[in-house]
Design a binder for this molecule. Structure first.
Ligand code: 13P
Length: 247
């Protein structure tokens, strides 16, 4: 069976002192986990968190990457810069970036391409809004979002990670039921299978109010290979419980 992946998305949270306390607590508790673990931290803290994680099972992740390789793009961070800091994973196409920063399916596909070219595993986020779910469009939306990434990156699609994050479940305390999540994961699995013979190695994460109490049941679903955790990744005991549930 493939190793599960538990990735924390700190979003725009943290500070030098808080990061140190959190990572020390995670280091102290994580040991040799059965799953892979990543911390996707704000860009200014990559250097700090890299040092704090050194020699542990905690891998470094970023939350975004530029579509550009280099040059006059004020404020952007390139994939090569992330690689310089030892970044292993990079979230691309999070719904908060689609919603607040106008990222399109095409933008997200290029970001995944940039990460892959730098040897960084993109964690490609897909997910429907509440209105889309209620209108019966969940399948169309997630398939369209993933299709754009497959279209541009088909040759190395087995190197990506996919995260299904229903927008209505993010930060709301409303988790998709294990059955709801599994249904969408099975659709995404079939879509990846049609695109690549090596699709079995692609981890499909669930994200959206995953916590210490609901992680086991979600992670027990056949097509849920891990989690992308927001709020609960900022509390060491909660994040450690989720890691322990991923075996
Ligand atoms: P929450 O776990 O806070 O709902 O956030 C999920 C998420 O957006 C992870 O990327």
């Amino acid at each position: 069976m493939k190793k599960k992946l538990i990735a924390g998305n700190w979003k725009m949270n943290g500070g030098l002192a808080a990061n140190e306390a959190l990572v020390q607590a995670l280091r102290a508790g994580v040991g040799a986990p059965a799953c892979a673990v990543a911390l996707c931290v704000p860009a200014p803290y990559l250097a700090q968190v890299r040092e704090l994680c050194a020699g542990s099972a905690l891998n470094l992740g970023a939350q975004d990457v530029s579509v550009h390789e280099q040059g006059a793009y004020t404020g952007e961070v390139s994939a090569a810069m992330l690689r310089d800091f030892g970044v292993r994973y990079c979230i691309v196409g999070h719904s908060e970036r689609r919603q607040y920063h106008g990222e399109t399916d095409a933008t997200v596909a290029v970001k995944a391409q940039r990460a892959l070219a730098a040897g960084i595993t993109p964690i490609v986020c897909v997910g429907e809004t509440l209105a889309e779910r209620e209108a019966g469009h969940t399948e169309d939306v997630v398939k369209r979002q993933l299709a754009a990434v497959i279209h541009l990156n088909g040759h190395c699609i087995s190197e990506i990670v996919v995260a299904y994050e229903p927008v209505w479940a993010i930060g709301t305390g409303k988790t998709a039921t294990p059955a709801q999540a599994q249904t969408v994961h099975a659709l995404l699995r079939a879509q990846l299978h049609a695109a690549s013979e090596k699709s079995d190695r692609i981890a499909l994460l669930y994200g959206g109010s995953m916590n210490a109490a609901n992680a086991s049941e979600l992670l027990a679903q056949p097509d849920i290979d891990g989690g992308l955790i927001g709020g609960a990744s900022l509390k060491a005991p909660d994040f450690l419980s989720i890691i322990a549930a991923a075996r």
